[in-house]
Write a protein that binds this ligand. Structure first.
Ligand SMILES: NC(=O)c1ccc[n+]([C@@H]2O[C@H](COP(=O)([O-])OP(=O)(O)OC[C@H]3O[C@@H](n4cnc5c(N)ncnc54)[C@H](OP(=O)(O)O)[C@@H]3O)[C@@H](O)[C@H]2O)c1
Length: 193
């Protein structure tokens, strides 16, 4: 299947997720077990480990992951967590709890990233940054699964649609064609018997 060029470390603000085909980045109670069984191209994790300088997330995601670090602990760097009540957060190595405007959190995060990218691991913060024009790239890996419910990448009822341009070669307005079949399909084609 087609894939994008490897990510580059240019001091960008990346809104970066593994997302279900129907647009969820977590289950209804922040479940992440649906990711199991999805493969990625060789070297993909290494690419993001090398290009990420800092991570910005929200308090809900942080509380749920319970101090597990991005990329299974293979990435080590400054993590910033936005919360309205940093005073009741348990201290953790390399983690700074911020109560500020997301724009200020991005400024702090980019400075800490030292020229590499700042990865935003939060749908709610990403939405606020989009409103402020502070997302440089939306970088998604689409998992071959339909969840049906959960936490959406972008939830903004009543908001205006946000138009995007595809990055890389070709027409930036082109729709991306992905083709899947359900693994439970009852119709087994002749070639697969
Ligand atoms: N699929 C993937 O690749 C991937 C990657 C990373 C994370 N995730 C998942 O994404 C989910 C994130 O969930 P979410 O977006 O609903 O929650 P979230 O962004 O992690 O947390 C929301 C919380 O962040 C704080 N916050 C947000 N904006 C703020 C602001 N402007 N000022 C101060 N605090 C602010 C608030 O915390 P307070 O209530 O404390 O004020 C808010 O309740 C998690 O389940 C996480 O595991 C998925």
């Amino acid at each position: 299947m087609n894939d994008t060029e490897p990510q580059t470390a240019d001091g960008k603000v990346l809104w970066h997720f593994l997302m279900s085909l129907d647009g969820f980045v977590a289950g209804p109670n922040h479940e992440m077990d649906w990711m199991t069984g999805t493969s990625v191209r060789p070297g993909l994790h290494r690419n993001y480990i090398e290009t990420t300088g800092a991570v910005l997330g929200g308090r809900d995601g942080w509380d749920v992951i319970d101090d597990s670090r991005p990329y299974g602990g293979a990435w080590d760097g400054p993590i910033f967590v936005l919360t309205h009540h940093p005073e009741d957060a348990a201290p953790a190595d390399g983690v700074t709890f911020l109560n500020c405007d997301p724009a200020e959190a991005v400024r702090i995060g980019l400075e800490a990233a030292g020229g590499k990218n700042l990865e935003v691991f939060s749908p709610t913060i990403g939405r606020q940054l989009l409103e402020r024009g502070l997302i440089d790239e939306i970088d998604l890996h689409i998992a071959p699964i339909l969840l049906g419910e959960g936490i959406r990448l972008y939830d903004n009822p009543g908001g205006e649609p946000i138009r995007l341009h595809g990055l890389g070669e070709g027409d930036p307005t082109a729709a991306v064609n992905v083709r899947y079949r359900p693994t439970t399909t009852a119709r087994i084609r002749t070639a697969e018997r």
